[in-house]
Design a binder for this molecule. Structure first.
Ligand code: PLP
Length: 404
């Protein structure tokens, strides 16, 4: 039985996977089971921040695995408190405290619990989230996600979410009620098509939050940890923002499962002893690995590379002046290439973005879609100029081959 056949027999078929079984990775490259090489501009969906098998990551894993992997949160570990310090002092640079989870959805569930605690004394529990957002697949995070297709067949949802319109402050103001306790927003929507919240919108939300004693919670799971060309996605858009809570996962582990959320110091007492927990959350191994990833981003100045590669991508694509490309959305190395599908010949019944992704796989480039007419570029933060040139050449080759 092949890997794909075995998957279809034994693995719950929840994923729409591409027909590709990967066996090995190094830097920005991965190899399939037949030894075919691919440029990986998916990077585990914005997760493998340092690329594959980076020595800082693999040595952190092996060294920590030989010391202490896990001891539960009944005890302290230096690895966990060091990582919390690193995130507070170097990433957020605003006083606060960290809780560690294992994934982005769990981190957002923690923010949802924070919002509930914030509203408890004034009988408020509603959280406003935004159309086309994606916050994860647990019941809480799924209910926060304002996309009907994610909810389909799982109702009734966890109560208390109100969906409003991204970049429409009037709509948000109209959605605020005496029950509103928080806003939860991705500064750059990833799964929703790489849609960027505007500066006016984020600052407007912050002003409304202050006026109505509402928490401003940012989901940085996909856009955070250096991917936008700043450490924080919101900083790229509205640098002075003072959020009340922030969630991360993906890039903070470089491919190793870990998530977290930060709570501004003044709200930290809301989640006191006994209020929240996770057996694995922030275990010694995951914490050591995440610290190695974040330190490498800082020490190797990968953020400068992100900005240089973004400029290279934008410049190259604008030189093509390709009729099938409508726009480039996003920032840094979370970029969505909008496709004008009317300019392309796509087989009947195929979803354009997925069809193009499959064609790119045939040429040796992995990119994820983001909705039917957007392809995402999410390479590792240390991708080289040469790798970007090669990937873009393949991208153009596929668009040219499909020109209507
Ligand atoms: C913005 C955002 N939030 C939350 C999640 C959920 O993260 P996880 O899959 O680690 O639970 C994702 C995953 O794609 C995401 O993009």
């Amino acid at each position: 039985m092949t890997t794909i056949e075995k998957d279809s027999q034994y693995v719950l078929q929840t994923y729409g996977r591409f027909p590709l079984a990967l066996a090995k990775g190094q830097g920005t490259r991965v190899w399939d089971e037949e030894g075919r090489e691919y440029l990986d501009f998916c990077a585990g969906i914005a997760t493998c921040a340092l690329g594959h098998c980076h020595p800082a990551l693999t040595s952190a894993i092996t060294e920590q695995a030989n010391q202490l992997i896990h001891c539960s949160n009944l005890y302290f570990t230096k690895q966990q408190s060091d990582l919390a310090e690193l995130i507070v002092e170097k990433v957020v640079q605003q006083p606060g405290k960290i809780f560690f989870s294992n994934s982005g959805a769990e981190a957002n569930d923690g923010l949802i619990k924070l919002a509930r605690r914030h509203g408890i004394e004034s009988a408020r529990h509603e959280i406003i989230t935004f159309n086309q957002s994606f916050h994860g697949r647990t019941i809480g995070a799924m209910s926060a996600t304002a996309q009907g297709k994610i909810h389909d067949g799982f109702g009734p949802l966890f109560p208390g979410f109100v969906y409003s319109l991204l970049n429409d402050l009037e709509a948000v103001e109209a959605a605020i009620t005496e029950k509103t306790t928080a806003f939860l927003i991705e500064p750059i929507q990833g799964e929703g098509g790489v849609k960027v919240a505007t500066k006016e919108f984020l600052e407007g939300l912050a002003a409304l939050a202050k006026k109505h004693d509402i928490l401003l919670l940012l989901d940085e799971v996909q856009c955070g940890m250096g991917r936008t060309g700043m450490f924080n996605g919101w900083e790229t858009i509205a640098p002075g923002l003072k959020p009340d809570g922030i969630s991360w996962a993906k890039g903070m582990g470089g491919g190793f499962p870990i998530g977290s959320f930060w709570v501004a110091e003044k709200h930290a007492p809301l989640l006191g002893p006994g209020s929240h927990g996770s057996t694995y959350g922030g275990n010694a191994l995951a914490s050591a690995v995440s610290a190695a990833v974040i330190k490498t981003i800082i020490e190797d100045d990968l953020i400068s590379n992100v900005n240089a590669r973004e400029a290279q991508i934008r410049e190259t694509i604008s030189e093509w002046d390709h009729p099938a490309i409508t726009e480039i959305r996003g920032a840094g190395l979370i970029l969505g290439i909008g496709i004008d599908t009317s300019q392309l010949s796509i087989p009947d019944g195929a979803v354009p973005s997925i069809h193009l992704c499959k064609e790119l796989i045939k040429l040796g480039l992995l990119v994820p879609p983001a909705g039917p007419d957007t392809l995402r570029l999410l390479p590792p933060l240390n991708v080289t100029a040469d790798e970007v040139s090669q990937a873009l050449a393949l991208f153009k080759q596929v668009l040219d081959a499909h020109q209507a």
